[in-house]
Design a protein around this ligand. Structure first.
Ligand code: GLP
Length: 261
């Protein structure tokens, strides 16, 4: 996997936006996998700036959600569909009809999961999936011990994840849902390009475990080691526990111009 250490959130946003812009230039109908959390926000802001300058368009593209809370009211501002619309989709020219996500209004969530898998396949599969990482090593809401072959399904959130995400619910842990629907690790691995982003020292241990540790269900993000095209874009703080950090920096510095992210 390629590890890129950046100096700022802006640089993180630029590098990932470059990869997305390049993809859209060649495949205007690409399906872009979107992640929530704070880490991907610089990417969305940079894509919006480029859209406003007329440098890129998602008018023919599609987008899909990585995961979604279960049990929130349809008008709750922390529903991931709502969050993603607010921070990205409503600020660009993507057709809302082509924003895919699991239908959490379904009485049977497992059915919603199966239908969502079918929707992704029908849309041609995910071309580039943006991922964050939990402090416990999760991707999407695939918590530790998730099968590395898992498909989209309902997961129970760990106390660590609910604690991390309480900040989005006014700091009130009781308001954080206990369950979520998430693309499985097997599902995520089917995307053609995985781009994991992380910032801050709170992610240093999970990033090191994912990139340099053993492949293990205890660190779901370590599944990226199985993917032929995985890129990890992190700041210095998130990179601080990596053993080979100088090697990653040298590799990126010496990268031939013709080789994109
Ligand atoms: C949530 C999401 C994950 C995301 C994680 C990290 O748990 N389900 O997809 O990676 O948050 O969030 P942040 O980037 O805010 O640290």
């Amino acid at each position: 996997m390629e590890v890129i250490v950046v100096e700022s959130a802006e640089e993180l946003g630029r590098i990932v936006a470059d990869a997305i812009q390049h993809m859209l230039a060649h495949q205007p109908r690409a399906l872009l996998g979107l992640a929530t959390g704070s880490s991907p926000l610089p990417i969305y802001d940079e894509l919006v700036r480029r859209f406003e300058r007329g440098e890129l368009s998602l008018a023919s593209a599609g987008a899909c959600l990585l995961d979604e809370y279960l049990g929130l009211d349809a008008d709750h501002e922390q529903l991931y569909r709502t969050f993603i619309r607010r921070v990205f989709v409503d600020r660009i020219d993507l057709d809302l009809q082509r924003l895919l996500g699991p239908d959490v209004r379904r009485a049977d969530p497992e059915l919603a999961c199966r239908e969502y898998e079918e929707q992704i396949v029908a849309a041609g599969g995910v071309d580039l999936q943006i991922l964050g990482i939990g402090s416990d090593g999760h991707i999407g809401f695939n918590e530790p011990t998730s099968s590395l072959a898992s498909r989209t399904r309902v997961k129970t959130l760990t106390a660590a994840t609910r604690g991390d995400n309480a900040r989005f619910f006014g700091g009130d842990l009781e308001q954080v849902p206990k369950h979520a629907l998430t693309q499985g690790i097997g599902t995520i691995l089917e995307a053609r390009h995985l781009v994991l982003v992380a910032q801050g020292s709170g992610k240093a241990a999970s990033v090191a475990a994912a990139v340099e540790g053993p492949l293990t269900a205890m660190v779901p993000a370590s599944a990226l080691q199985l993917h032929a095209h995985a890129t990890v874009v992190i700041d210095e703080a998130a990179a601080s526990q990596l053993t080979l950090v100088e090697y990653y920096k040298q590799t990126y510095r010496d990268k031939p111009d013709w080789q994109g992210v």
